[in-house]
Ligand binder design. Structure first.
Ligand code: UDP
Length: 424
């Protein structure tokens, strides 16, 4: 039986925020897209997030059957993600108060996203007597093992918090088999409690389309070779790797300089907020400021033209639990060059829909870019396969698999209750 109503916790970022800057990224897209599908399949969703403005009402409708509840927990402004462990109690109190206003059994399941929400989900599970499903999105131990140069490691309290949530959740959702292995090997998760569910892509929105129209929208020359980076600008996402490789490519092939454009779409995030102009400064230092164009974050609909305008989308991240941008670009028929890390080897089919690069060395990245930029036939072959690869993923499939995971979580929860009753 499908749950009637799910409580979804997204403490540190709201699905109503614009992704691509600050704390809003793939997780926001994931939650909004799956919540809409859950509601369409008959499970209402209430998403609890921390209120960050006095302007927003306590309850907003995201889509039919999907509510966003803005919970008061700490000041609206001035707290960053690292401060939020101090607000877990306030947030939990707010969520419990909402539930207490309803008949018992209002929520059948709790689904928490990111470890901060997992902590609150753990309490809700105990209080409401319903199963907890948790999606980590990123894991501190994995992130710390793949840090960008100069990036600060995730704190120990996050590692501890994640370990607790992994131990308490009835079901853990991993984006890929790689993430499932990390949960099992690095966090001692019970393999039976891990469901591998690939994220999706909106195949109605992200479709191949008219490149000339897309280029006109972005004021790009029709004959340019366009490389694009799309996402939150921070060291972990490694947009600097693309800029360094572009500079090397141009040093080797100065003849293409007039035709090459690098688009960087997104806003500062994470430790990137400490030096929001670092990338512009790097472009100037590398002598490629004339080639690089910075574009503020765009809505998903407007991003379509970025993907369609680009010849190649680069995803050079040091760590990526999946990489929705890679799928969106391919769905628009654009091949991707990506670092062979995290979930990107699943998101990109190496040599078929794009290229995977081992490591982040400038020379390796310049080689990969050169092979695609200088060989239009190779690029066209990858482009032809890109949309077909992306079509293997969809939010409908993700949501159906989530419903299966909810059912498994329910069985695990009741089995545990039974053991507790027998041993009491
Ligand atoms: N995104 C967006 N506008 C932008 C840049 C990014 O809407 O200007 C969205 C993009 O469409 C994608 C998400 O942000 O769905 C980024 O997800 P991804 O998994 O690539 O990275 P994450 O943010 O999770 O690290």
């Amino acid at each position: 039986m499908r749950p009637r109503r799910a409580a979804v916790f997204s403490l540190h970022t709201s699905p109503l925020e614009q992704p691509g800057t600050g704390d809003a990224g793939g997780m926001n897209v994931y939650i909004a897209q799956t919540a809409k599908r859950l509601a369409e399949f008959g499970t209402e969703v209430e998403i609890f997030t921390r209120a960050t403005s006095s302007d927003i009402p306590p309850i907003a409708e995201l889509a039919p059957g999907v509510l966003v509840r803005n919970v008061f927990a700490g000041p609206f402004e001035g707290l960053d993600k690292n401060d939020l462990p101090s607000q877990l109690c306030a947030f939990a109190a707010g969520a419990l108060r909402v539930e207490a206003r309803h008949e018992p059994g209002h929520y059948d399941i709790v689904h928490s996203h990111y470890w901060l929400s997992g902590q609150v989900g753990w309490l809700a599970r105990e209080r409401w007597g319903v199963p907890l499903v948790h999606t980590a999105h990123t894991l501190a131990k994995v992130k710390n093992a793949n840090l960008a140069v100069g990036d600060s490691p995730e704190p120990r309290i996050r590692v501890l918090g994640e370990e607790q949530v992994v131990a308490e959740a009835d079901m853990l959702v991993a984006n890929t088999e790689f993430e499932a292995a990390d949960l099992i090997n690095r966090y001692a998760a019970d393999p039976e409690a891990v469901a591998t569910i690939p994220p999706g892509v909106d195949l109605d929105r992200f479709t191949p389309g008219d490149r000339a129209v897309a280029r006109a929208d972005l004021d790009l020359p029709p004959d340019a070779v366009v490389l694009a980076f799309v996402g939150r600008i921070q060291p972990l996402k490694a947009p600097d790797v693309l800029l360094r490789a572009t500079a090397k490519l141009l040093a080797r092939h100065p003849d293409i300089r007039d035709r090459l454009v690098v688009l960087v779409v997104g806003g500062p995030s994470g430790s990137g907020l400490e030096r929001p102009r670092a990338l512009q400064e790097l472009a100037a230092q590398l002598g490629i400021a004339d080639v690089v164009r910075f574009v503020p974050p765009r809505s998903g609909a407007a991003l379509t033209n970025v993907y369609r305008a680009a010849d190649i989308v680069a995803v050079p991240s040091y760590n990526e639990s999946f990489g929705l941008v890679a799928l969106e670009a391919q769905a628009c028929g654009t091949p991707v060059v990506a670092a062979a890390v995290g979930g990107l080897p699943v998101a990109v089919e190496d040599g078929v829909s794009g290229l995977l690069v081992d490591g982040h060395g400038t020379a390796q990245w310049a080689d990969a870019l050169a092979s695609m930029v200088l060989d239009p036939r190779f690029r066209a072959r990858l482009a032809e396969n890109a949309a077909a690869h992306a079509a293997r993923f969809s939010w409908e499939r993700t949501t159906e698999a989530l419903l299966d995971a909810y059912a498994r979580a329910k069985m695990a929860f009741h089995a545990q209750l039974h053991v507790q009753e027998v041993t009491a």
